[in-house]
Design a protein around this ligand. Structure first.
Ligand code: CU
Length: 92
């Protein structure tokens, strides 16, 4: 009886950790930032993104005025941070 309870609990906690992983899954976000004109802008935006999520993977293409972010944090939080840094991000 004890063994069965243990097995059920193990199964339940395994199921829960899968759910938790799913909720925290990484999403690829893209913003167009038309007022990003040079490498200074790019580093300011990168810094703002990293302040929201230090683990985010950030790829900034100045020529294309594009910011790609791989993160589990919601897009709205990055949008807000980039605005606070003085730029105008548009979700793309
Ligand atoms: Cu600049």
């Amino acid at each position: 009886m004890m063994g069965l309870t243990f097995t059920l609990w193990e199964g339940l906690s395994w199921g829960l950790s899968i759910t938790e992983k799913h909720e925290r899954s990484i999403t690829m976000l893209t913003f167009k930032v038309q007022d990003m004109t040079c490498n200074h802008c790019a580093s300011a935006i990168t810094r703002a993104v990293k302040e929201v999520d230090a683990d985010a993977k950030v790829d900034v293409q100045v020529a294309e005025k594009r910011v790609n972010i791989d993160s589990s944090v919601a897009a709205a939080e990055f949008e807000e941070a980039i605005k606070e840094a003085g730029y105008t991000p548009v979700a793309a």
